[in-house]
Design a protein around this ligand. Structure first.
Ligand SMILES: NC(=O)c1ccc[n+]([C@@H]2O[C@H](COP(=O)([O-])OP(=O)(O)OC[C@H]3O[C@@H](n4cnc5c(N)ncnc54)[C@H](OP(=O)(O)O)[C@@H]3O)[C@@H](O)[C@H]2O)c1
Length: 249
């Protein structure tokens, strides 16, 4: 997809109301795309963001609500996108949850939630969207994590789910060509979890990052835009955006 060709193309961003997802929405919208902002519980943030986009360009944004773990409803989510804008060109699998699951204190419910939203949902959402993405010669962007390639202590389930998402990106890249490209972005530390309290650990992580800072949501969104707009011969690839964190122990 060339820059001029992004105009009026339609992207669905899951968990797009807040934080990194909202910045992905803003940047793709600014690049000319029409945006469907999916949210689960952040109703007012999603609506405010949609209004912000529509003020800049009328009828260029809308919202869809749903718990994505309800796999049976993913077909209808895709139908809602098509009813709103008549087409879909890009799916960004951004929705996620993240918390520790130490051995000895982890429930099956937590496994289902972490593996569900970080791995199972991206597969089944792509399955629901594949026909339309083939038709539009579109693409998929999966938001992974550097901790899908190296372990984060006490987060084995999240790490395994994101590792699965990285392999899923490669496997679907192989399976869905030539019509559909499938790529991912692996962020390092961008925004701390909202309930994060361990400031000493945060300082330590930044100290181990060659660029000596956390990243900005805009820097993740820029990588997403690059893969959609400029990465026309790239599929099955994961672009790491982590200030070099993965280079050091
Ligand atoms: N933050 C970082 O520094 C960082 C680092 C590495 C990787 N990442 C990855 O980057 C992406 C964005 O990170 P983030 O920190 O901005 O994400 P986040 O705030 O943890 O989650 C994004 C959204 O996911 C939605 N969500 C969660 N469970 C859902 C479900 N069952 N159904 C539907 N929506 C659900 C929530 O929507 P509602 O609010 O509407 O409920 C939430 O706002 C994620 O894939 C994350 O793993 C982030």
């Amino acid at each position: 997809m060339q820059e001029s060709q992004l105009n009026d193309k339609v992207v669905l961003v899951t968990g797009g109301a807040r934080r990194i997802g909202a910045e992905i929405v803003r940047q793709l919208h600014r690049a000319g795309m029409r945006v469907v902002i999916h949210y689960r519980s952040s109703d007012s943030d999603a609506r405010a963001l949609s209004e912000e986009c529509n003020r800049a360009r009328p009828q260029s944004a809308t919202v869809v609500q749903g718990d994505l773990q309800d796999i049976a409803k993913l077909d209808s989510l895709v139908r809602q996108v098509l009813e709103s804008f008549g087409r879909m060109d890009v799916v960004v699998n951004n929705a996620s949850c993240f918390y520790p699951t130490p051995v000895g204190r982890t429930t099956e419910e937590q496994w289902k939630q972490l593996v569900g939203i970080n791995l199972k949902v991206p597969f089944f959402l792509v399955q629901s969207a594949a026909g339309e993405l083939r038709r539009t010669r579109g693409c998929v962007i999966n938001i992974a994590d550097i901790y899908g390639r190296r372990p984060l202590r006490e987060h084995p389930v999240y790490c395994a789910a994101k590792a699965g998402l990285i392999m899923l990106t490669q496997a679907l890249g192989a399976d869905l060509g030539p019509e559909v490209r499938v790529n991912g972005v692996a962020p390092g530390a961008i925004l701390w979890p909202e309930n994060a309290q361990d400031e000493a650990l945060q300082r330590k992580l930044v100290a181990r990052t060659p660029l000596k800072r956390t990243g900005r949501p805009e820097e993740i969104a820029a990588a997403v835009l690059f893969l959609i707009r400029d990465g026309s011969f790239t599929t099955g690839e994961i672009l790491t955006v982590d200030g070099g964190r993965a280079l050091s122990p």
